[in-house]
Design a protein. Structure first.
Lengths: 263, 382
């Protein structure tokens, strides 16, 4: 079975983000980029499925990124993925979620797959759209928000996270599955994994190589436009409740929480 | 000169940092307070390949270089000096002698489980009457009926009494020698050897979550093939081991000094006195600047010594200088960090209080400051 995990390079969650005012795009050169934390769960799940199957299944990591995307790919390879592909072409610049999903789907057709695993979302754009859009482009089933994944007999079964419980959903392979945070505990890359990662193949794919049409990627292929941006308002200073007796103070806090509809 | 780390070295640093910050740092205070050896965490270090970092893959190691090893020790030591010394003593003192001096059979038998992190190993050099004068060892081993029978005592030994300790390699007098100096050899003593006893752990000022014990040998007998390296080469062998070990204790000191700086800088920005963060006061600012400047120098010195070793150059002087400077620096940084914390720094709930207790041994272990100066003086022809 060929498992492909789609991953994204995102700015470090703790880093201060700066936008370029002419392009309205995030300035990615000035900050440290990391592997999208949600994707680590998808990689771990893919490795667990592969190890559990023990049948020569492979895990390929796929991303769309500039050349600097190699850094986050290296982490996935060090965790144990077998190989990787990077969609890297200036033509992809400015792609929104739909254009990105088209390009990734083209790449997936090019490299082949039985099961596609993805995190539910990225920590930067948080569109949560890629898994479903991929499935649509590829004409395969889409199973989202999995908190457990089982593959057997050419079928994938998941426990889909829903409020108050889970739904059991199955689909024949090939399929796209998005996994939730907390489905597993992503492993640390081992020393052997890190040292071995440099020997693994990273295929760089251009738009032409995957047959992506120019009008469907980049700015031209995007349905959305970023019109502007602003820094999040600074958090207001907290209110300090001073009360002579604790009961009075507690009542003031409870009243406040009720007013805010917290309780 | 190329100061860039390789992609692999950067990845090892980020993995170690992530692991240490999530799995070690949150527990360090408790392990210290309870003098608890963090067995499960040490096992995880083994699974990640950190306990076999500089050994070739064919011996179960990770195949990394000394520079990568030093970087890893810095990151682990930054979060907990006890875990750092457990790792460093195992790799540099426990496993390294097998790699450097062991026969192929000994490497297969002893080094492989150590490099894989399945077992820890100790190195027994220091004795109650043989500290800096390590050649004055009183422990004796006699070859009788194809077995070495060992009698003596070793003290301050790391990693000898943990639940996964596999044994200890010791120096012992095995003959009369040239009349001036006795013949000293290294002997391998597996954990279950009859007559080999590990005392209760010492109560220590610092490094409390590491395992340190006195070891006694009462007619402890090991097979003749448990001699490590040629008979009579023990003194030279342990001097070589100590040269390499200085790089790791230097790295450990840099890690601790970094932790001191991080804690002090964070606190100085948060703590307000006289209407502003104390980091705005020149006295505090300069103290932090001095720490940062010296840290840069210490890190460079340790990494240079590691680089020299990796490139097959003579690294003994560089390692002694790096260890001396970093060890003293860790003490200066711990002192400054507590000073910046003021009264809070004297309280155990602040990590700098632990750093202040952990730093002192960096000036003593793996050769005291005085011994480092003697080593360096000799190299300078003084």
């Amino acid at each position: 079975m060929k498992i492909v995990v789609t991953v994204k390079q995102v700015p470090d969650t703790n880093a201060e983000k700066v936008f370029d005012s002419t392009t309205n795009r995030l300035n990615r050169t000035s900050i440290e980029n990391v592997l999208n934390p949600f994707d680590e769960y998808a990689i771990e799940e893919a490795l667990k499925i592969k190890e559990g199957a023990g049948d020569g299944s492979t895990v390929t990591v796929l991303t769309m990124a500039p050349e600097s995307g190699r850094e986050v790919i290296r982490k996935a390879l060090a965790m144990g993925a077998d190989d990787a592909a990077i969609l890297s072409d200036p033509a992809f610049q400015g792609s929104d979620a739909m254009a990105t999903s088209y390009a990734l789907a083209q790449a997936l057709k090019h490299i082949g797959f039985d099961l596609i695993l993805a995190g539910t979302q990225s920590t930067d754009a948080i569109c949560c759209a890629i898994p479903a859009a991929l499935a649509e482009h590829l004409g395969v089933s889409c199973l989202t928000y999995a908190r457990k994944v089982t593959v057997a007999g050419g079928e994938v079964e998941i426990q889909r996270d829903i409020e108050g419980g889970y739904a059991r959903v199955t689909a024949p392979l090939p399929a796209v599955v998005s996994v939730v945070k907390g489905i597993n505990e992503p492993r640390y890359p081992s020393l052997k994994g890190i040292m071995g990662a440099k020997k693994k193949s990273i295929e760089v794919l251009s738009a032409a190589a995957v047959g992506a049409e120019a009008g469907r990627v980049g700015d031209a292929g995007s349905f959305t436009r970023v019109q502007g941006w602003a820094a999040a308002p600074a958090r207001e200073k907290g209110r300090v409740i001073k009360a002579a007796d604790p009961g009075e103070g507690a009542k003031a806090i409870v009243d406040f929480l009720i007013a805010k509809k917290v309780i | 000169m190329d100061f860039d780390l390789t992609a692999e070295q950067l990845d090892v640093v980020s993995m170690c940092r992530e692991f240490a910050e999530s799995e070690i740092a949150p527990n360090a205070e408790r392990w210290d307070a309870q003098s608890e050896f963090p067995l499960e965490t040490i096992k995880k270090l083994g699974e990640l390949g950190l306990l076999g970092l500089p050994f070739p893959e064919k011996y179960g190691g990770s195949g990394a270089d000394t520079l990568t090893y030093a970087l890893a020790v810095m990151e682990i030591g930054r979060c907990d000096a006890s875990v750092g010394i457990t790792m460093a003593a195992h790799v540099s003192l426990g496993a390294m002698p097998f790699y450097l001096f062991g026969s192929e059979e000994q490497k297969e038998r002893f080094l492989v489980p150590l490099a894989r992190g399945e077992k820890l190993w100790a190195f027994g050099l220091t004795e109650p009457q043989a500290g800096s004068d390590a050649g004055a060892t009183k422990t004796r081993a006699e070859l009788r009926d194809d077995r070495w029978t060992i009698n003596g005592t070793k003290c301050f030994i790391t990693n000898a009494g943990t639940p996964i300790s596999g044994g200890v390699t010791i120096t012992a007098v095995t003959g009369e020698g040239d009349g001036r100096r006795p013949e000293i050899s290294n002997l391998i003593v597996p954990q279950a050897t009859a007559g080999y006893v590990q005392a209760k752990p010492y109560k220590k000022m610092g490094w409390r979550a590491s395992d340190t014990r006195e070891l006694t040998f009462e007619n402890a007998a090991v097979p003749e093939d448990h001699l490590l390296g040629p008979r009579g080469r023990g003194l030279k062998q342990f001097l070589d081991i100590l040269d390499g070990g200085r790089i790791s204790v230097g790295a450990l000191s840099v890690g601790l000094a970094q932790a001191c700086f991080d804690a002090a800088a964070r606190y100085a920005k948060e703590r307000h006195q006289f209407g502003q963060p104390i980091s705005k006061f020149q006295a505090i600012k300069f103290s932090l600047v001095d720490m940062a400047t010296e840290l840069e120098l210490a890190r460079s010195a340790v990494l240079k010594a590691a680089w020299l070793k990796d490139n097959g150059r003579d690294f003994a002087t560089a390692a002694a200088m790096a260890k001396l400077y970093s060890g003293e620096l860790s003490r200066r940084c711990a002192n400054a960090a507590v000073q910046i914390h003021g009264g809070y720094g004297f309280m155990d709930e602040y990590a700098v209080s632990r750093y202040w207790r952990d730093c002192k041994i960096n000036e003593i272990g793996e050769g005291t400051n005085e011994i480092q100066r003697m080593v360096i003086a000799r190299q300078l022809g003084l």
